[in-house]
Write a new protein. Structure first.
Length: 298
């Protein structure tokens, strides 16, 4: 079993096919733990977070960010994952306790939980004046098929996408990860056929992650019969960018009356980050001072 979360990139010798392969077990388990998700919600959340990390792995700028939003009008509610160019990501699911009976042993009902009467939206903030936004209808709600559909319809890139989250009996994440195979313009069909057959032989990606000790050995199986090069590797981690200063600034933007009402009704001023569930408490007087200082700087 692979111990660390990381992502590798592979290109065949002729440069016709590129592959991104990720192990995300620890960070998906961190997201599960923070949100207290059910088994099926964990699988859905983990697939979206893994897809975001795979899709965002081409970003280069220090401030670049990619966000995936999946909303199929299912009982899970929307699922959102945001990642940066350094391999850090965070995610949330609006109804973390949503669950459905498994369709078959070992087959969680992710598509039914997410629903497919909706869309997948990708927002890329690459430091331009306006972020790039692509939005496509959901195909199945299973996430992998929907990501492949996004690539084909929004970016005109034929892609094979596999995402997997294996949930253990205690609801912890036993394995999570995914791969994306993309054909370059004019790619030889025979090469694509070899890779597709290799992936079919590999079986579910989550089970392959349990069997292998390194992503590189999985890449070797995917590229069996072809010459290829390992062209990149980055560590992956769960990381939220919330902090006291940022949330204090948001709270200080409220009116004095609103802040006083919150304290009177609740007994304290507390904010919970939707992405990581970390709670922040603030003193009313500190927020009022911060508010006054902001007004003086205008």
């Amino acid at each position: 079993m692979i111990n660390n979360d990381y992502l590798i990139k592979v290109v065949d010798q002729s440069g016709q096919v590129r592959i991104s392969l990720a192990h995300t077990t620890a960070l998906v388990d961190e997201a599960r733990s923070r949100h207290g998700t059910s088994a099926t919600a964990s699988a859905a959340l983990g697939r979206v977070l893994t897809a975001a990390l795979l899709m965002g792995s081409d970003m280069k700028g220090e401030q670049d960010a990619l966000t995936i939003r999946v909303d199929g009008n299912g009982i899970s509610g929307p699922i959102i994952a945001t990642v940066d160019s350094k391999g850090s990501g965070r995610a949330l699911i609006f109804n973390p306790q949503a669950d459905l009976p498994s369709k078959a042993p070992g087959k969680l009902a992710v598509g039914e939980l997410v629903g497919k009467q909706g869309f997948l939206e990708v927002i890329k903030d690459l430091g331009m004046k306006q972020p790039f936004i692509g939005k496509v209808p959901l195909v199945s709600g299973e996430i992998a098929e929907d990501v492949a559909s996004y690539y084909l319809r929004s970016e005109q890139i034929p892609s094979l996408v596999s995402l997997g989250v294996l949930v253990d009996t205690d609801l912890s994440i036993k394995a999570a990860g995914g791969l994306i195979v993309q054909a370059m313009p004019g790619a030889d069909d025979s090469i694509l056929e070899i890779i597709e057959n290799n992936i079919n032989s590999l079986g579910p990606i989550s089970e392959a992650l349990v069997r292998h000790s390194w992503l590189e050995s999985i890449a070797g199986q995917v590229m069996k019969g072809l010459s290829y090069n390992l062209v990149g590797q980055i560590p992956l981690s769960f990381k939220c960018n919330c902090n006291d200063e940022r949330l204090a600034a948001i709270m200080a933007s409220l009116s004095v009356e609103e802040l006083q009402e919150i304290e009177q009704n609740v007994g304290k001023i507390e904010v919970c980050c939707n992405f990581c569930n970390k709670r922040y408490q603030f003193e009313l007087q500190d927020l009022l001072q911060k508010k006054q200082k902001a007004l003086e700087e205008i």
